[in-house]
Design a protein around this ligand. Sequence first.
Ligand code: IPE
Ligand code: IPE
Ligand code: MG
Length: 242
Amino acid sequence: MSNPNMPRHVAIIMDGNGRWAKKKGKLRTFGHKAGVESVRSSVRFCRKNDIESLTLFAFSSENWLRPAKEVSTLMELFHFVLGSEVKKLHKNDVRLKVVGDKSRFDDKLVRKINEAEALTQNNQSLVLNIAVNYGGKWEIVNTCKQLIQSVQCGELTMQDINEDCFNEFTTLSEQPDVDLLIRTGGDKRISNFLLWHIAYAELYFTETLWPDFNEDAFQLAVDEFCSRQRRYGKIPDHQDDE
Ligand code: IPE
Ligand code: IPE
Ligand code: MG
């Protein structure tokens, strides 16, 4: 890591595709398709800046509540983009990981995910986590279930369970905690994205709609991050008045 002030792990709530399309008089799905270019430029930005992990919220556990047509277009788009982008990601030394509850995906999609993850598993420059059918609450419950299983089969004892151990059982284990969480589209909420991993993340909200989020917009977010003082509950050294 060349610059110690740079975030090691950035997570993004990619919001605003539908509004972007509506503003142009198009269908919402046009916005989702346009958003793929912003994914590419975000990956490019992370590679150029030696960011270790990028976690993108692509589809939440609540997004199933949208009209069936939009849900199926989003799933098809995810399937298609997985196929069309994986070779380029591999060439750029990016490791791809899909995080979320895969039990609702069809077999073909699960196979495609497994192939993409297997192809890129040894890449070192960037981990790209795509959160699909992901919910922060699901992650916590899922992690608890795995911990209980490990205790029941004798791999762990209750005394072994602490924050580090819990973290190891989450979907983003072995990756640094999220340093910077960006949400595009103007809303200021987490929408059940990462809950555990953003405990001490810096939050950055921008009005920019996801399809307009380019490398310059990413740079603005990182500039803001670099200007923040992260205290982790402590007080700055020079303000110690004892
Ligand atoms: C984010 O854009 C993409 C997904 C949630 C899949 P939206 O589809 O939520 O777009 P807006 O927020 O309605 O504009
Ligand atoms: C969050 O956006 C989910 C993704 C970006 C994938 P939403 O548009 O679904 O969130 P809400 O409904 O505004 O909270
Ligand atoms: Mg939205």
